[in-house]
Design a protein around this ligand. Structure first.
Ligand SMILES: Nc1ncnc2c1ncn2[C@@H]1O[C@H](COP(=O)(O)OP(=O)(O)O)[C@@H](O)[C@H]1O
Ligand SMILES: O=P(O)(O)OC[C@H](O)CO
Length: 493
């Protein structure tokens, strides 16, 4: 039987492994959820050992079930989530601090100083925000007993989840990351693609604890533990960059939007970084071996699918995510309700750490179905803000928006999205584009696929939603949304 490529997708809510064949079709998978740990308001943690254990188990299970030879392993991961571990024992010094965690809000204000949050934007492409790994790493060094001294003595390693998984897969021999993940730390110079010693000094991060930055597609090492020992690890991409690659957005001007825990729209801008003046991030999209890096503009939204989970877990209005669609459709509109889920402040394009969530427009008339509708609409409205910023920064007018992620099974949301953007929304046959992108990166490095033309050829459309809302209605609703967003501002000092 033909060999296949395995992709580990270590995400915010679960770890999965998907196996792909030459046509880019999924031929097997396994998935395990892990605990979301909320020790205090604003704090979000994961147990690093659970992330590794679940990823390893998913890899082994998927490979055993498929019974095919695995030619290479690719890794894609929730980005920014920060792990520090002991170089000798592999023991984490504390839980992983997750990208959504806001404990570093005051630290970010201090680091910004009089220069403000855009102090490092030119060099890193990022505003100073709790979102990124640099401030989280600084927090660990400042707050975990003995961590700074041990880091300075070279005893500790830092990594985003990709680094952590490679370290574990190689039995502690290989400490690497790829350019896409490194570009989310605030410690890498976006143009040299290397750690910036001055930035590291300003963040108080010893260079000795940082992984080596490599491309997104090359053989880094072989798996050294478990039944897949000897298989090359040959691709690493942050999950949103992987989805962009898996969606075959390989030319400047092509974009995708992923609807998962949060939403992330990435626009390929080619081999030069484009500075954003409208609240987007400049990030590395991918780098294949020693080819020139490809950059992207990114609009990151912290809370979209996780608002559906919140409705399920915190309010109990639905028992499962799929129930939101029939509930929302049981009423003809949102009843005047707008739900702005600023649970971690607001990310792109507003970057308002002082904001907190608001449900606006409540009256005695409103019921849970209106709230469900407002929850779905919140994802589409936030995406509209990001697309407007993309347009303003790049001048690109998208002819279609490629979508993927867990929420795109929700047809009501997809139709509303097309209506609100006035752009057709297109879902591919393989909706697991994140894992697919990592598989392509790994498969290209070992010659399983010949070149990026294969990525393009394998992409196929499944369904398309065309805009059908009139512009007056679109403008009215968007104006109401904007009024609701303004009411979230200034809740925190
Ligand atoms: N039918 C649905 N309607 C709305 N949201 C959904 C639906 N199915 C799943 N979701 C949401 O999608 C998210 C899961 O998407 P996924 O891409 O697997 O996330 P991640 O990779 O961030 O873990 C969850 O937050 C869930 O609430
Ligand atoms: O795990 P996901 O799919 O929600 O992605 C999280 C992002 O990488 C955060 O930047």
């Amino acid at each position: 039987m033909d060999a296949c490529i395995a992709a580990i997708d270590q995400g915010t809510t679960s770890s999965r492994c998907i196996l792909f064949d030459h046509d880019g079709r999924a031929i097997g998978s396994a998935q395990l959820e892990h605990e979301q740990i909320f020790p205090r308001a604003g704090w979000v943690e994961h147990d690093p050992t659970a992330l590794w254990r679940n990823s390893a188990r998913a890899l082994e299970t998927a490979a055993a079930d498929a019974g095919r030879t695995v030619a290479a392993v690719g890794i894609t991961n929730q980005r920014e989530t920060t792990i520090v571990w002991d170089r000798a024992t592999g023991e984490p010094v504390t839980n992983a601090i997750v990208w959504q965690d806001t404990r570093t809000d005051r630290l970010c204000l201090e680091l910004a100083g009089a220069a403000g949050p855009d102090r490092y934007r030119q060099r890193t492409g990022l505003p100073l925000s709790t979102y990124f790994a640099g401030p989280k790493l600084r927090w660990i060094l400042d707050n975990v007993a003995g961590a700074r001294a041990r880091a300075e003595a070279g005893e500790l390693c830092f990594g985003t989840v990709d680094s952590w998984l490679v370290w574990q897969l190689t039995g502690g021999r290989t400490h690497v990351t790829d350019v896409t993940n490194a570009s989310r730390t605030m410690l890498m110079d976006l143009r040299t693609l290397d750690w910036d010693p001055q930035l590291c000094a300003e963040f108080g991060v010893p260079l000795a604890m940082l992984p080596e930055i490599r491309s997104s597609s090359e053989v880094y090492a072989e798996v050294a533990v478990g039944p897949l020992a000897g298989v090359p690890i040959a691709g690493i991409l942050g999950d949103q960059q992987a989805a962009t690659f898996g969606q075959a957005c390989l030319d400047p001007g092509e974009a995708k939007n992923t609807y998962g825990t949060g939403n992330f729209m990435l626009l390929n801008t080619g081999t030069e970084p484009v500075d954003s003046e409208h609240g987007l991030l400049t990030t590395v999209c991918y780098r294949l071996g020693d080819q020139a890096p490809v950059y992207a503009l990114e609009g990151s939204i912290a809370v979209t699918g996780s608002l559906v989970q919140w409705l399920r877990d915190n309010l109990g209005i639905i028992a499962g995510a799929a129930e939101i669609e029939p509930l929302a459709l049981s009423v003809s509109d949102n009843g005047g309700v707008y739900f702005v889920p600023a649970f971690s402040g607001l990310f792109a394009p507003r970057w308002r750490p002082d904001a907190r969530g608001v449900i606006a427009g409540l009256t005695r008339y409103v019921n849970k179905a209106h709230i469900a509708r407002a929850v779905l609409e919140a994802t589409a409205f936030q995406t509209r803000e990001v697309l407007d910023a993309m347009r303003a920064d790049s001048g690109v007018e998208l002819t279609t928006l490629k979508v993927d992620g867990g929420m795109v099974g929700n047809e009501t949301l997809m139709q509303f999205q097309a209506d609100l953007l006035d752009v057709p929304v297109v879902r591919p046959v393989v909706a697991e584009t994140t894992a697919l992108g990592a598989a392509y990166a790994a498969g290209l490095a070992v010659g399983y696929w010949a070149g990026t033309e294969d990525v393009r050829t394998n992409w196929a459309e499944d369904k398309r939603w065309l805009p059908r809302m009139n512009s007056a209605e679109r403008d009215r609703r968007y104006a109401e949304w904007n009024r609701a967003v303004e009411r979230t501002y200034g809740w925190l000092d």
